[in-house]
Write a protein that binds this ligand. Structure first.
Ligand code: CA2
Length: 148
């Protein structure tokens, strides 16, 4: 681990629309608001916060985390329910991985109940809205500290 922990926070498709549509499900915070909350919670740890609508880009970023990151927080969005490629990329990591969802997919439509990410993750945080990102940052810092 580097002296200052480095957290990679990756966000999948359509999360750039947060705060603009569907506030009943996903809340009123924009992704920029959520990034600020992560940075504030990280208390000096470095936060690399990114969003993409493209599955292959997520795979590239997960692979990048093998080099500089001490933990990975991933909201895979819809790709979590479909992507063996994300599963395989995550399995190649040796750092803690936290799967994160704003909503609780288990309490939603059946097609959201399957996750290809959960079986490759250290743990899952879901259903706490934007606060889940802060919980994930705290969990990541605890896991990094415990491994040091
Ligand atoms: O609850 C989550 O964080 C999800 O990962 C969000 C995904 C959904 O497919 C997952 O089942 C659960 C959807 C992200 C789309 O976000 C939007 C935000 C505002 C307006 C429209 C979509």
């Amino acid at each position: 681990m580097s002296e200052t922990p480095v957290l990679h926070v990756l966000n999948g498709p359509n999360l750039n629309l947060l705060g603009v549509r569907e506030p009943d499900i996903y809340g009123r915070d924009t992704l920029a608001d959520i990034e600020r909350r992560c940075v504030a919670t990280a208390a000096g740890a470095e936060v690399v916060f990114r969003q993409t609508n493209h599955e292959g880009v997520l795979v590239d970023w997960i692979q990048e985390a093998r080099e500089g990151a001490d933990a990975l927080i991933l909201n895979p969005a819809a790709y979590g329910h479909t992507s063996v490629a994300l599963h395989d990329a995550l399995k190649a990591l040796s750092i803690p991985v936290i799967e994160l969802h704003l909503s609780n997919p288990a309490a939603r439509e059946a097609f959201r109940h399957r996750s290809y990410v959960s079986s490759a993750a250290t743990g899952v945080i879901a259903g706490f809205g934007a606060a889940g990102y802060e919980l994930a940052v705290q969990a990541a810092l605890i896991l990094i500290r415990e491994r040091a």
